[in-house]
Ligand binder design. Structure first.
Ligand SMILES: Cc1cc2nc3c(=O)[nH]c(=O)nc-3n(C[C@H](O)[C@H](O)[C@H](O)COP(=O)(O)O)c2cc1C
Length: 202
């Protein structure tokens, strides 16, 4: 049964990757997850961090005004009760791109009644964590760093995670995950996030 059968409102689900590389494995994994979520009846928004002009965080720069694209990101994050994040692993942790994005989006905007609370865009979100890597662990160690960062911002991180190992050989020429076992594991995360977001909505 589809998750939304008999229900009124589809879950708005945000899907993005922590890489802007053109041939990014994590972007490909995000696409697979987005397709699955769409098939489950979620209202999917694909976000590409390459579409946002966000400098490296600097409090002096911020004092001159929060960049417009950071405010756009805050609004998009806030508007989606559920997220799927495909996070590459760099040196056993998350990418600077992803951390910088989180840092900006969580930074309060002084004097703005809407955004003075830094956790506003994060609090209560159900977040499913994914990763893809050419390595044997699939970027799993990076997710172990990302999860507490998001939980500190009051996100509800789904217990199921999926780390796609050997990503260079995991996708077929159509960009689909070749192995049934990988599709099943990814589906497990997608389903759990939609299920939990629906519980939160009730
Ligand atoms: C600076 C740097 C550090 C990396 N460290 C790791 C690592 O700790 N573990 C890992 O599995 N892959 C590591 N990699 C390889 C990445 O997983 C690989 O570049 C991957 O393709 C990045 O994700 P993307 O394809 O979505 O851009 C690293 C790559 C770079 C550039």
């Amino acid at each position: 049964m589809r998750h939304n059968e008999g229900m009124t409102t589809p879950i708005p689900l945000l899907v993005f990757a922590g890489s802007t590389r053109a041939q990014s494995y994590n972007r490909q994994l995000a696409t697979s997850a987005a397709d699955m979520a769409q098939a489950e009846g979620a209202q999917v928004t694909r976000l590409d961090l390459a579409d946002f002009d966000v400098p490296l965080y600097n409090a002096d720069l911020e004092a001159g005004g929060t960049p417009r694209d950071v405010v756009r990101l805050k609004e998009i994050f806030h508007a989606h009760p559920a997220w799927l994040v495909a996070a590459p692993e760099y040196n056993g942790s998350m990418t600077a791109l992803l951390k910088n994005t989180i840092d900006w989006v969580s930074s309060p905007i002084k004097g703005d009644p809407e955004w003075r609370n830094g956790t506003r865009a994060f609090a209560g979100k159900v977040v499913g964590l994914l990763s893809a890597s050419p390595g044997a662990l699939g970027g799993l160690r990076g997710l172990a760093h990302l999860a507490p960062v998001l939980m500190n911002l009051q996100c509800w991180v789904a217990p199921k995670q999926f780390a796609l190992a050997k990503a260079f050989e995991a996708f077929d020429p159509n960009g689909q995950l070749s192995l049934e076992s990988n599709r099943t594991a990814l589906h497990g995360v997608v389903d759990q996030v939609i299920w939990a977001a629906r519980k939160f909505q009730a």
